[in-house]
Design a protein around this ligand. Structure first.
Ligand SMILES: Cc1ncc(COP(=O)(O)O)c(C=O)c1O
Length: 470
């Protein structure tokens, strides 16, 4: 990497070079043992005489910042240098207040022995060999795509493949033109918020719901209102009168797991039509359905173009791939595409192209079938175990799809403390109440089945029972 030096004017050139190298050594930008550019090369780059650079290097050597090795070059001296102090408190830059209230969950947590954490798929089941083959095919100059940037809406082949995929698997009505590829479902909500949310606009979300979604909407200037969820899903009658946008998870409510009943889905569409509101249908994990009849997406029932459907590869493939998509009514497409253009241009094209082939070759459908069978087995074992051994302690909520189920603890139980006790006993499990407004969500536990082997379920539940006591 080229070391950056910039000279101002034509005086004290040696001093300027000296000070910039010394500062870079002191604050760690140049590391011990790292080579300085040869004096001849730096002199040519800066359009100064070689003597000017040599004089700066001599001074740096004399003061112990660097040492010269005969015939080999000049290197930053090994051994520690005092770091200059951080800028005084008054000089700190201040982000908007909202960003000090949002906490990023730790990413370096160790895997619990029994992993019931929600929202993670089984990464061991990912078809690595096929993905490697498709990615390496894409990482050739002839296959890499345009020399500049790609279409902000995404890779044409992937848009077509995903439109067909959700058309078949989820009865979502879409053509390739309707699809915009994103870096996950959350990114889709970000784009939607950018094009629809005016400062102070009321946006309704489920309570309990997915916290990063309400935090994101708030950061975009929305006034976020939590709407209660019961055994039929979002309580449509409780959507505030002034709400203009509603975000819902109809197939598998997050985190309660209940599907939204048909009367509620119809009522939600009526709300949108009556008020001119917009529905964001977050279908983050509904490909895994174990029992009951598949429920129709709200997008499929919509006849007035008021629903934006959001999908994700995070649960069906890997969350770290960062791929999702949205399917928007025609009226919003130019704005969404423009928002994508000015934010981060588009999702990695080689990854999009590899995924397009992955879907076209039938590998996605096959992977989902394999996972569905494995998750169905775990789901049945967990729900049977909970009903058998946790009577009076956990009340299991009905769930027919997705990657997690939810169970309520007796009123008054501290579910965070229960989750901490479980963690101390080697059981990873999430408390329910933090997904809702403080004090508004009854205590419970959310059981994910992406991370736990079927053969570990019974032992994991027995361990959890011990940790919970009672
Ligand atoms: C309800 C819900 N929506 C969206 C997301 C985010 O998905 P993605 O990783 O595709 O951004 C999650 C992740 O857990 C989720 O639970």
């Amino acid at each position: 990497m080229e070391f950056h030096v910039s000279l101002v004017g034509r005086t004290d050139l040696t001093g300027q070079i000296y000070r910039q190298v010394a500062a870079a050594v002191l604050d760690g930008r140049l590391r011990p043992g790292q080579a300085l550019p040869p004096s001849r090369e730096l002199a040519a780059r800066l359009e100064v005489s070689r003597n000017t650079v040599s004089a700066a290097y001599d001074r740096l050597t004399a003061e112990g910042f660097v040492s010269a090795r005969t015939g080999s070059g000049t290197y930053v001296r090994e051994g520690g240098f005092e770091r200059p102090p951080e800028p005084a408190a008054g000089a700190e830059l201040r982000p908007r207040a909202i960003w000090s209230r949002i906490k990023v969950p730790p990413t370096d947590v160790s895997e619990p022995r029994f992993d019931f954490r929600a929202g993670i798929p089984d990464v061991r089941m990912f078809p690595y060999a096929s993905w490697r083959r498709l990615m390496s095919r894409r990482l050739r100059a002839s296959a890499i795509g345009p020399p500049s940037y790609g279409d902000p809406a995404g890779h044409a082949g992937l848009r077509a493949a995903l439109a067909r995929h959700v058309g078949v698997s989820r009865a979502v009505r879409a053509t390739a033109d309707d699809v915009l590829i994103t870096n996950g479902a959350q990114h889709a909500v970000d784009l939607i918020g950018r094009v629809l949310v005016e400062p102070g606009m009321c946006v309704a979300v489920e309570d309990p719901g997915y916290p990063p979604q309400r935090q994101l909407l708030r950061s975009l200037g929305a006034r976020v209102a939590g709407v209660p969820v019961d055994s039929e899903g979002l309580v449509v009658d409780r959507i505030p009168r002034e709400a203009k946008l509603v975000c819902v998870t109809p197939s598998h409510q997050f985190p309660l797991g209940v599907p939204m009943s048909l009367p509620r889905r119809t009522a939600l569409l009526e709300w949108a039509e009556r008020t001119g509101g917009v529905i964001v249908e977050d279908d983050y994990d509904s490909e895994f359905r174990f029992s009951g009849r598949p429920i129709e997406p709200v997008q499929n029932l919509d006849r007035t173009g008021r629903v934006i459907y959001v999908g994700s590869m995070s649960k069906v493939l890997l969350p770290t791939l960062r791929i999702g998509f949205l399917i928007a009514p025609r009226s919003l497409r130019p704005a969404l595409r423009a928002a994508r253009h000015v934010t981060d241009a588009h999702t990695s094209l080689p990854v999009q192209a590899a995924l397009a082939e992955f879907v076209e070759e039938g590998l996605l459908a096959r992977h989902i079938r394999r996972c569905r069978a494995a998750y169905a087995d775990r789901y049945r074992r967990i729900s049977a175990g909970l009903r058998r051994d946790f009577g009076g302690l956990l009340d299991v909520l009905p769930a027919e799809a997705g990657l997690h189920l939810c169970a309520r603890l007796p009123e008054g139980t501290d579910d965070r403390a229960a989750s901490e006790r479980a963690a101390a006993g080697g059981v990873g499990i999430m408390p329910l109440s933090p997904f809702g407004r403080a004090g508004a969500t009854p205590p419970g536990l959310v059981f994910g089945y992406g991370g736990i082997d079927a053969s570990d379920v019974d032992e994991g539940l027995a361990r959890l029972r011990e940790c919970l006591g009672g």
